[in-house]
Ligand binder design. Structure first.
Ligand code: UP6
Length: 255
């Protein structure tokens, strides 16, 4: 039984997850744009074009060659202008004591600007406590599965990820996954590896279409190259947005 986003609002408790769902409903968009480009100017130009169509911007801030703190100031301005949240895809994966420094210090100071962050669960629950200690209202997304071929996220691993999420409901908002990993509607499923014109990249990435992703349980689809490598990123983002949101509406109707 698939619940509508409006119904999900009743069981989702994390403020950031609620904020995200409200944006999804306002903009009729469950599209997250993964802006994996390496120059600040290019990143800002892309986000300015794609912003109207997305609920969430995903960054890899450490791939930006000319990073300065101004970049995140500008990204936050665009987030306000176009009504989306920001997810820094740092994929924390170290001891609690180390990740809290990676999250709040260094040159990126992620805890001062991101709305969502994510973490691998291979470390065990200490990583969650470490991140939570220095969080400023961020929502944490646990990586339960990966879209890459040959990944090691087997059933037992996914189950452990679920248990860690259940034990930390005040901080964990959902999962990076390729399909729904729980019937618990209070967690959101963020699905990467979505592209309607390619099936893979020769480096392990495996793509599915927006509707396949939604049918498998994506609440939010994550699209990178499908958008930023297209000749018209704004028009292509609009297309991904419409395909994913229509797939969600169709799923509701088919219940
Ligand atoms: N990503 C995946 N798969 C995962 C986890 N994360 O693709 O299991 C991230 C990648 C990239 C984005 O790091 O930033 O999602 C996907 O981009 P793409 O659409 O260009 O493949």
């Amino acid at each position: 039984m698939v619940k509508s986003f409006s119904d999900r609002l009743k069981c989702v408790s994390h403020p950031k997850a609620q904020e995200l769902i409200n944006i999804i409903l306002r903009k009729k968009s469950n599209l997250c744009f993964s802006a994996d480009v390496t120059e600040s100017q290019k990143l800002l130009e892309l986000v300015d074009k794609v912003g109207p169509h997305i609920c969430l911007l995903k960054t890899h801030i450490d791939i930006v060659s000319d990073f300065t703190p101004d970049l995140v100031t500008e990204l936050r301005k665009l987030a306000k202008k176009y009504d989306f949240l920001i997810f820094e895809d740092r994929k924390f994966a170290d001891l609690g004591n180390t990740v809290q420094k990676q999250f709040s210090e260094g040159i990126y100071k992620i805890s001062s600007w991101a709305d969502f962050i994510n973490a691998h669960v291979v470390v065990g629950p200490g990583i969650i406590t470490g991140l939570k200690n220095v969080a400023h209202n961020q929502g944490l997304i646990l990586i339960a599965q990966m879209s890459a071929a040959g990944n090691l996220c087997h059933q037992a691993y996914i189950k452990e990820a679920l248990m860690m999420a259940e034990d930390n409901r005040s901080f964990v908002c959902g999962f990076i996954c390729t399909e729904s990993v729980t019937s618990d509607e209070s967690f959101l499923n963020f699905v990467p590896g979505v592209n309607f014109s390619s099936s893979g990249d020769g480096l392990g990435q495996q793509f599915v279409s927006p509707s396949q992703a939604v049918q498998k349980g994506a609440d939010v689809i994550i699209v990178g190259r499908g958008i930023y490598q297209s000749s018209n990123p704004a028009a292509t983002a609009k297309e991904y947005k419409e395909l994913a949101y229509t797939a969600y509406l169709n799923l509701l109707e088919s219940e």
